[in-house]
Design a protein around this ligand. Structure first.
Ligand code: HEM
Length: 380
């Protein structure tokens, strides 16, 4: 996947993400063209988190299959994201009771979350089954066009040489699904929480706009090169993931042998979860962890990464595979969004409190509408 821009800087991937976000900006400014778009943009109002889906999902499609869905098919991306959120909300990061007592799925399919998990997952499998079938028709061993081609070639080669392979079409569908799930949910939820925070905490929006106008201006779109020069916006993203890590207990791991952790004996096969909230809210590290304060990462006007002790993407061998993709694409999408718009609540009043969170595999907040006003109109 690295060959196709994943996990590193890649100009073609960056330009896809920016172009897709620009398309979303256009839908808001010039109005929706079909009923699916009307579910996301209604006059001055846009629907969170789905307004952000397209650039992230078309970005990962580009990595996996060097393709993107055109605007006339964006509705398929919104369906994927809705399926992803359904999946995330029907379990939690420990797998709920189903992981210990899987038979609950037969007795109480709905209550146990199994039905929701299955339905949410199926959206991804169906989407990728069609795509993989189409790609297999034209795959050519002599020329890899993208990650899916490489996988299919390896699978065929192992089957020919050994008569068996751990590579299979079903595995491939799950690999694609695994990489698309967080791209359909985690990144846009993080940005949605940040939008909510902007509506809640006075002063943030003005500082973000001031920085964008000073560094990028209004005549070009933000690029990843601007990231270094925009410590406040970058600090907002980091602070959002610190104050509310959307995977608060990470993914569960298993001790492969007896180990000692922090003076405790942990026997082989024990399930281990890391409490990121504890780290992110530690007064000894942060001083005032309860405050949303992007300036904590800024020293002499520059971003100081060493000040960021948070680990929203985990650490070690199994840290998030999508960290670079997530950080770069969230920056691009959010900077492009904030360059174009001023955000406010639907009724224009300040937000009095943050929405209650829904704890699933990741933390989500209920979908909501916000008002977005084009900034050029404000300037005029
Ligand atoms: C705001 C966005 C995201 C956050 C906060 C996040 C966070 C995390 C965390 C905490 C883990 C568990 C790490 C551990 O067990 O130590 C993880 C694993 C993982 N993430 Fe993400 N993630 C995000 C976005 C993404 C994206 C966009 C992708 C893919 C495109 C992705 C792919 C993965 C994969 C494949 C794993 C499993 C890695 C493994 O077990 O080897 N994540 N993520």
């Amino acid at each position: 996947m690295r060959d196709y821009g994943f996990g590193r800087r890649d100009e073609s991937l960056e330009s896809i993400i920016t172009a897709e976000m620009k398309e979303m900006v256009d839908i808001r400014i010039n109005g929706p063209k079909n009923s699916a778009e009307q579910e996301i943009v209604n006059g001055e109002l846009v629907y969170m988190p789905h307004f952000f889906d397209v650039p992230f999902l078309n970005g990962i499609l580009y990595v996996l299959a060097q393709c993107t869905l055109p605007r006339s098919e964006y509705h398929r991306l919104w369906t994927i994201s809705k399926g992803g959120i359904k999946f995330q909300r029907n379990s939690d990061d420990m797998g709920r009771a189903l992981s210990l007592t899987p038979w609950l799925k037969d007795l109480f399919p709905k209550w146990s979350g199994f039905k929701g998990l299955r339905e949410g997952n199926q959206v991804f499998i169906d989407f990728y089954r069609d795509l993989v079938q189409e790609i297999m028709l034209t795959q050519d061993d002599a020329h890899d066009r993208h990650f899916l081609d490489m996988y299919i070639r390896k699978m065929k080669q192992e089957m020919q040489e050994n008569g068996r392979s751990t590579f299979s079409v079903d595995q491939l569908l799950l690999v694609c699904t695994d990489y698309t799930f967080p791209t359909a949910t985690a990144v846009q939820m993080t940005l949605t929480m940040l939008v909510e925070r902007i509506l809640y905490q006075p002063g943030l929006q003005e500082r973000i706009h001031e920085e964008i106008d000073r560094v990028v201006g209004r005549d070009r779109l933000p690029t990843i090169d601007d990231r270094n020069n925009m410590p406040f916006l970058e600090g907002c993203l980091r602070e959002m993931m610190r104050i509310e890590p959307i995977v608060p207990l990470g993914l569960p791991h298993r001790a492969l042998k007896n180990v000692q952790i922090g003076g405790y004996d942990v026997p082989e096969n024990t399930m281990i979860c890391i409490n990121y909230i504890h780290l992110h809210m530690d007064k000894d590290i942060w001083g005032d962890p309860e405050n949303f304060r992007p300036d904590r990462y800024i020293v002499d006007g520059k971003l100081c990464v060493a000040k960021d002790k948070s680990l929203p993407f985990g650490a070690g061998k199994r840290l998030c595979a999508g960290e670079t993709y997530a950080r770069n694409s969230m920056f691009l999408v959010f900077a492009t969004f904030m360059q174009a718009f001023r955000v406010s609540t639907v009724d224009g009043k300040p937000l009095k409190k943050l929405a209650p969170r829904i704890q699933g595999i990741i933390t989500t907040l209920p979908e909501f509408w916000i008002r977005v006003t084009p900034r050029n109109e404000i300037a005029n």
